[in-house]
Design a protein around this ligand. Structure first.
Ligand SMILES: NC(=O)c1ccc[n+]([C@@H]2O[C@H](COP(=O)([O-])OP(=O)(O)OC[C@H]3O[C@@H](n4cnc5c(N)ncnc54)[C@H](OP(=O)(O)O)[C@@H]3O)[C@@H](O)[C@H]2O)c1
Length: 181
């Protein structure tokens, strides 16, 4: 699978790289370190989708989760991208770059998650941007609102992606996009 991806990042994994994001109609994904909406069904969807998989995220997003939950995401391995020397609990590891993050997530998929076949990329903006060229799939919660925000999902060329499924709800939709090769 890795040979069909954009060659700008050098890593080896048989896992699918899956971006997962909740994004408003105006592209907003965050405000003041949090998400500017309260959609419990989306949090449940995120939990069910990512459970028992490795999840890569930026240090700011990781710290937001620690503040909310008091711990990294239970039942998953969090790979925290940072240039810092962070201390992490058992189910979280640090990576200093995108390739190292995939390597660590791939190891966790094999050793802790029963050969899981997906690695999730869970933001924030800098991390989506860095991984975008090598994502295979996008799991998107489209939030039908236009809130103020300070963090945005990168602009992307929808022509290169196929909408694989859409599940509309009141005020939001769960949508999956697959990259067309
Ligand atoms: N709506 C959603 O689905 C969603 C998902 C995730 C996050 N968010 C929101 O997005 C906001 C946070 O996003 P953000 O873009 O500000 O921050 P972020 O991506 O979570 O974290 C940025 C930090 O990650 C580290 N990092 C990123 N790329 C790196 C690389 N290639 N190598 C080493 N370290 C790297 C750096 O940490 P150091 O500074 O430690 O070096 C950087 O400062 C919050 O508001 C959050 O709620 C929303």
């Amino acid at each position: 699978m890795s040979d069909t991806r954009d060659a700008t990042l050098a890593f080896e994994t048989d896992c699918e790289l899956v971006g997962i994001v909740a994004v408003a109609d105006n592209g907003v994904i965050g405000r003041d370190g949090d998400m500017p909406w309260h959609v419990p069904a989306d949090l449940q969807h995120f939990k069910e989708t990512t459970m028992n998989h490795p999840v890569i995220m930026g240090r700011v997003t990781y710290e937001g989760i620690l503040e909310t939950l008091g711990e990294p995401l239970p039942g998953r391995t969090t790979v925290v991208l940072t240039s810092r020397d962070l201390e992490t609990p058992d189910n979280a590891v640090v990576a200093n770059g995108l390739e190292e993050a995939v390597d660590r997530a791939d190891t966790a998929a094999q050793e802790h998650h029963g050969d899981a076949d997906r690695i999730f990329i869970a933001g924030g903006a800098t991390v989506y941007e860095g991984f975008f060229p090598v994502l295979d799939r996008l799991v998107v919660t489209e939030v039908h609102d236009e809130p103020d925000g300070d963090t945005f999902f990168p602009a992307w060329d929808r022509g290169s992606w196929r909408e694989a499924s859409r599940d509309e709800h009141d005020g939001f939709a769960f949508v999956e996009y697959v990259r067309e090769r």
